[in-house]
Design a protein around this ligand. Structure first.
Ligand SMILES: [Ca+2]
Ligand SMILES: [Ca+2]
Ligand SMILES: [Ca+2]
Length: 563
């Protein structure tokens, strides 16, 4: 059944300021009126009653029916994942292939053998939530602060709704940082020179490594035999055979360890998986420090880590830093694929439950443009993370969470129809939860031109909003065609107060998507430092420190793949 909701057009605040002309670009929704042929667009003055409705294709899938916005404890694609998995189990070939044969259309979904890695926030006591989730079959539960993470049977997703102990649950969307070059790390950071000059080789120091997995491909014994690896203490390995971005390249942990061994052949190495959610990564950082690691490195980002404050993983980094650990996290390769802006009222929006839900004006000038054009080539996957500068509920026990419900929605090029039936939309009810939305979309064609709209659905306008195109290599093919601010993309624990960001140094052929000047000398590879971040205790509000006042420490590394 397809339902739709009526979208009304308001123009309450477009009257020009004295002495200043308003250049009104064809507003997307006014365009929509014409495009869908539902009658003449009517532009109304403030106070008038809207009379013209338009219909957005399948909008009910994003917002629910009229009236209250749908609120589900399991969000960001978890219900869709459950439906997909159920449909798979009913297929004729599922019996033979088993749970491991399941492949979600959501290319980000962190699934493995019938389970999905989730991050959850407790409504009250995290230990009570952990017990409730364990009763639903959660594997590898980890508790850190307010967050409980682990691998949940996908069939148990509907049961989350009934848990009083649960505030919200999301898939633990994450990614490792892989490259195409094997271990040039030694020469790149000139460790060979340092060893000879200072007579050091890491003897007496333990290095902790966190990444997806260590020995799913089975190469560890050979690595030890060939001298590429020392004997490694594996505190916890990740699940093998996992799907999603995080496990696209298994055993990056072993690749990292091989580089560490090249650089510091005398150092002991310990590994802990960064899989199974943010709490497991945070706990793994602490566990490595407890095991004696004095230097810890990882190449993971969880997409829902806060951009504007220290989340639980960054808090774990800060914690071990205070104990004397040096922490290095890969800053990844997202260049400047980020849009940053305060919320600008456009005067346009739609009526939902009797209230105006206002669209963001992307045009910083006098014009108004509520539809940001983007190009997604056929076959490409879009994964867009959207956050705003309000407190994360998950960052602190008892925190109030987001005061506003902001949405980001992927539409057709004219911004008249949603694609929620083919991908994940950023339309969660965020009030009291984390201020984060994720858009996930695999373009099966034929269209390549799309639009993005940002909506202030409820609560005050954020002071700063930010999107990051967060995808390995594929994002280079996706272009933001207007109002692109090309802002910094390093966020999460690589931006923590206590950590240092590592950027891969380019050592091979230049990808055609990047201009040559970026690769001269020892410039860091594409990622630009300096997403804003909070300097105050999390949950108490979120004044941001700018990139200028928070210069990260940059360290060169090589790109990696396990040998
Ligand atoms: Ca404007
Ligand atoms: Ca536009
Ligand atoms: Ca929202």
């Amino acid at each position: 059944m397809q339902r739709s909701i009526s979208i009304r057009v308001f123009i309450p605040s477009i009257s020009p300021r004295p002495g200043r002309a308003v250049r009104l670009k064809l507003p997307s929704i006014a365009l929509a009126l014409v495009a869908v042929g539902l009658g003449p667009a009517s532009v109304m003055a403030e106070g008038e009653t809207p009379t013209t409705n338009i219909t957005l294709h399948n909008a009910s899938g994003v917002f629910g029916g009229a009236g209250e916005k749908a609120r589900s404890k399991a969000g960001q694609g978890l219900p869709a994942l459950h439906s997909e998995y159920q449909a798979y189990l009913q297929r004729a070939d599922a019996q033979a292939r088993g749970p491991s044969g399941f492949r979600s259309r959501n290319f980000m979904a962190p699934t493995a053998a019938g389970y999905v890695s989730i991050d959850t926030a407790a409504a009250r006591d995290p230990e009570v939530l952990a017990a409730d989730l364990n009763a639903l079959g959660l594997e590898g539960a980890a508790v850190f602060g307010r967050v409980v993470s682990g691998d949940l049977p996908m069939l148990a997703i509907p049961a989350l709704e009934a848990l009083d102990s649960l505030q919200f649950a999301y898939p633990a969307y994450a990614m490792t940082q892989a490259g195409a070059v094997t271990s040039q790390g030694d020469a790149v950071i000139r460790a060979d020179i340092a060893r000879n000059t200072f007579g050091v080789d890491g003897t007496g120091v333990m290095v902790g490594v966190l990444s997806n997995t260590f020995n799913c491909l089975g190469g560890a014994p050979a690595g030890v035999a060939s001298g590429d690896l020392p004997a490694i203490a594996v505190l916890e390995d990740g699940p093998c055979g996992g799907q999603g971005l995080l496990n696209a390249f298994p055993d990056e942990g072993r690749a990292l360890a091989e580089i560490v061994h090249d650089v510091a052949p005398g150092a002991a190495i310990a590994f802990h998986t960064a899989d199974r959610g943010q709490a497991n990564l945070a706990q793994g950082i602490v566990d490595l420090a407890n095991a004696g690691a004095k230097v810890i490195t990882d190449d993971i980002i969880y997409f829902a880590e806060p951009m504007f404050q220290d989340g639980i993983v960054a808090q774990a980094v800060d914690q071990v830093k205070a104990r004397g650990v040096s922490y290095f996290s890969a800053a990844q390769n997202d260049g400047r694929r980020s849009y940053e802006s305060p919320f600008r009222p456009s005067g346009f929006g739609f009526d939902f439950g009797g209230q105006l839900r206002e669209f963001h004006d992307f045009d910083p000038g006098p014009g108004i443009d509520t539809c940001q054009q983007i190009t997604v080539p056929v076959g490409e996957g879009l994964s867009l993370i959207f956050q705003w500068d309000q407190p994360f509920a998950s960052a602190t026990i008892g925190g109030a969470g987001s005061q506003s419900d902001m949405d980001i929605l992927l539409t057709n090029a004219a911004c008249t129809g949603f694609f929620n039936d083919r991908g994940g939309q950023g339309g969660e009810n965020n009030l009291g939860n984390d201020p984060v939305e994720v858009v996930q979309f695999s373009n099966e064609g034929p269209a390549t031109s799309f639009g993005l709209i940002i909506i202030r659905f409820a609560g005050p306008a954020p002071g700063l909003m930010k999107t990051v195109l967060q995808d390995r290599s594929r994002a280079a093919q996706i272009t933001i065609n207007e109002f692109d601010t090309r802002s910094g993309t390093a966020y999460g624990h690589s931006n923590a107060q206590g950590g240092s960001a590592s950027a891969p140094r380019f050592t091979g052929k230049r990808p055609r998507s990047e201009p040559p000047h970026r690769f001269r000398g020892s410039r860091p590879f594409p990622r630009r430092a300096g997403s804003p971040s909070c300097s105050t205790p999390p949950g108490t509000g979120c004044p941001c420190r700018s990139s200028a006042s928070n210069p990260p420490s940059w360290h060169r590394t090589a790109s990696i793949r396990p040998s």
